[in-house]
Structures are given as structure tokens and as C-alpha cells.
Write a protein of this length. Structure first.
Ligand SMILES: CC(C)(COP(=O)(O)OP(=O)(O)OC[C@H]1O[C@@H](n2cnc3c(N)ncnc32)[C@H](O)[C@@H]1OP(=O)(O)O)[C@@H](O)C(=O)NCCC(=O)NCCS
Length: 315
């Protein structure tokens, strides 16, 4: 078959949403969520969002993005699907070869699939998409790790933290929802240690009120015993709705090393879970986790989806 490939145009959004929903068996996207993945990407390049079509009909799609991360240039397949009745005809191969050609001209070092920091749909290939696993192997990718999403049943608790917050306050630690004017302070706090998270934090600040909670450490005034100064320093934060908006997506969160082990993270986590519940979700997703024991202990999180991560070195 002769493949016709062209780049994405804004007027494709409805048809592309329908196409992806029909051809991704374990996922669904709304139009606004797809728009977040495409135009909402901080490195969005429409010329790397490739549509394979048969006349007016979309029969294949592959989106690529490039990120510079600590001196390495990563190219990502961010989304891909081929229409069920058009599979095994070389469409994904044709889309990938075109995308890889763009990556090579852009001097990309390594290509990965789906696990795009800052804004991603899923953090790797869900291996139940068995054809995608075969495709990755065939295109020369090697599996290098896993990523796990946890799930929390929000009906299990009211996620109240008032008592714990009161006891931290005595030690000068105040936990509160971040206010709009504090955005730069939060970004300054994360940018040294967790620079890749600033985009999600910015997205969470777009909500009204912001989907961000923070811990301030107030310096004690030496002569006045327990009285705290008004201006505190941000020492921890948690966010939600910073990626995959509207799906109950938690994270990122971080506590300064000096203040770990005091229960701050647990409160910040629960505050976000309470927000997600109030937004009408029954379950929260804790994606691409590192510290499974923390989430299991504090929120009875359970392992949900597991993703396989693949990469291909271009140099
Ligand atoms: C994965 C997917 C995009 C492949 O699209 P496709 O157009 O059928 O792929 P191609 O025909 O270009 O196949 C390229 C190579 O991938 C491998 N492959 C693809 N489908 C395969 C299958 N069902 N079984 C075995 N190998 C397969 C083959 O090696 C193939 O090369 P070959 O035909 O020369 O042997 C398609 O199956 C799909 O849309 N799946 C659902 C969506 C999805 O999985 N998205 C990714 C989610 S993480």
C-alpha cells in the first residue's frame, strides 16, 4: 500500500481523538487531554506529529518530541497507534522511519517510547499492547527498565490531616495550599534538585485554586520562644493535576532532605488526595513511582499498571 503521511493540523483534533480511542484498547482520551499532549507539550513541534491517512480518514498516528535533559538530547515517541484494520502493513514502520530521520537531523542521542518527562500520557509501553512491544524490538529498541503506576481508592478515607498539621506547627512547620503569588518561590525551591518537575508545577498552578500544597519552615525568633516569624521558607511541596489533567493524576512531590522523616510528605500527599476526591474522582493515580513503600503505608496505594521502558541509541 502507498502510505500518505502528513503533519497534524489543529482541525484534526476531533478525528484524531476518535481514532485514538478506537485503537488504544487500554486507554481513553478526551479532546482536551489530547490537546494537552500535543499543543500543551512544552516542546511541541507540529512537524513531528505525523498522520498517516487514506483520503480523509486517519489510519495511523505518531507524535515525536525532543527534550534536552542534562546534556543528552532525547527523542520520544509520545503517542502512537495504527488503525486496527490497517495493521501489519508497515504503517508504524513508515511513521517511525520518518520520525527517526527528523531525530537524526536534529542530532538526537537516544530515542525512548512514551516515558516523556514533563508531559506524558503513560510512562512506557503497557506490555498488554503486545504489538507495540514487538514493534519496539523490531525497530531496534532495547528494554532498560520498568515504570509503575499505583492506584488509591479515595473512598477509603476522608484524608483529614488537621491533627498532624497542628503538631508540626508547634515546631514551626506550616502546611498550606500554595497561593498564586507563590508560584515562583515553589519553582525556585524545586529547580536545583528537581528541574524536570517545574512544568508540572506550572500546570498545577493553572488551577483555581492551585493544585499545590506546600510546607513552610518558619525560623523561630530567639527571644520569643515558640513564636514563629511571618516569612517562612518553602521546604516541601506536593502537586496534582499537573499532567493528564482531569484524570486524578498525583505528583510530583518532594521534601527537602533536612526535613524528611517528620511526617510532612504524608500530610502533603493526603491533602492532594483529598483535593482529587473533591474534584469528583473515585481513584487517584500515583504515576511512575520510586517509593512504593511510602505510598502503600500512607494511602494504602496498590500496584496498578506496569510499563516497560525502551530506548534506542542513535549515536
Ligand atoms: C504497535 C502498532 C502501532 C504497530 O503498527 P503496525 O502498523 O501494525 O506496525 P508495522 O506493520 O509497521 O510493523 C512493524 C514491525 O513491528 C512488528 N509487529 C507489529 N505488529 C506485530 C504483531 N501483531 N505481531 C508481531 N510483530 C508485530 C513486526 O516486526 C513488524 O515488522 P514486520 O511486519 O516486517 O515483521 C499497532 O499494533 C497499534 O496501533 N497497536 C495499538 C496501539 C499501541 O500499542 N500503541 C502503543 C501503546 S504503548
Amino acid at each position: 500500500m502507498e502510505h500518505q503521511i502528513r503533519t497534524y493540523r489543529p482541525e484534526d483534533l476531533s478525528n484524531l481523538t476518535e481514532f485514538l480511542n478506537a485503537n488504544l484498547d487500554y486507554d481513553s482520551l478526551s479532546k482536551s487531554l489530547l490537546k494537552e499532549k500535543l499543543e500543551g507539550d512544552p516542546d511541541w513541534e507540529p512537524e513531528k506529529a505525523l498522520i498517516c491517512h487514506d483520503g480523509e480518514k486517519i489510519i495511523g498516528f505518531m507524535q515525536g518530541v525532543i527534550r534536552d535533559i542534562r546534556g543528552t538530547k532525547y527523542g520520544y515517541i509520545k503517542l502512537m497507534a495504527v488503525g486496527k484494520s490497517y495493521r501489519r502493513q508497515g504503517i508504524a514502520r513508515a511513521l517511525y522511519e520518518e520520525l527517526e530521520g527528523c531525530f537524526i537531523s536534529d542530532n538526537v542521542d537516544v530515542v525512548r517510547i512514551y516515558d516523556v518527562p514533563k508531559n506524558y500520557f503513560m510512562p512506557g509501553i503497557d506490555p498488554r499492547y503486545t504489538e507495540a512491544v514487538c514493534f519496539a524490538i523490531r525497530m531496534g529498541f532495547k528494554r532498560f527498565g520498568d515504570a509503575t503506576n499505583l492506584i488509591v481508592d479515595l473512598n477509603e478515607s476522608v484524608w483529614d490531616t488537621a491533627r498532624e498539621e497542628k503538631s508540626l506547627k508547634i515546631h514551626g512547620i506550616e502546611i498550606k495550599r500554595a497561593e498564586v503569588h507563590e508560584k515562583q518561590n515553589v519553582i525556585d525551591f524545586v529547580k536545583d534538585e528537581w528541574a524536570l518537575w517545574t512544568h508540572e508545577i506550572g500546570m498545577a498552578f493553572n488551577d483555581d485554586p492551585p493544585s499545590i500544597h506546600i510546607a513552610h519552615l518558619h525560623a523561630r525568633l530567639p527571644r520569643h520562644g515558640g513564636q514563629a516569624s511571618r516569612q517562612g521558607k518553602i521546604k516541601a511541596f506536593s502537586a496534582h493535576n499537573g499532567n493528564n489533567k482531569g484524570t486524578g493524576w498525583f505528583g510530583p512531590m518532594g521534601t527537602h532532605p533536612e526535613l524528611r522523616g517528620k511526617g510532612i510528605g504524608s500530610i502533603l500527599l493526603k491533602r492532594c488526595l483529598k483535593d482529587i476526591k473533591l474534584m469528583g474522582q473515585k481513584r487517584a493515580i500515583i504515576p511512575w513511582i520510586d517509593h512504593i513503600d511510602f505510598y502503600v503505608h500512607h494511602a494504602n496505594a496498590r500496584v496498578d499498571r506496569v510499563f516497560w521502558r525502551y530506548e534506542k541509541l542513535l549515536k
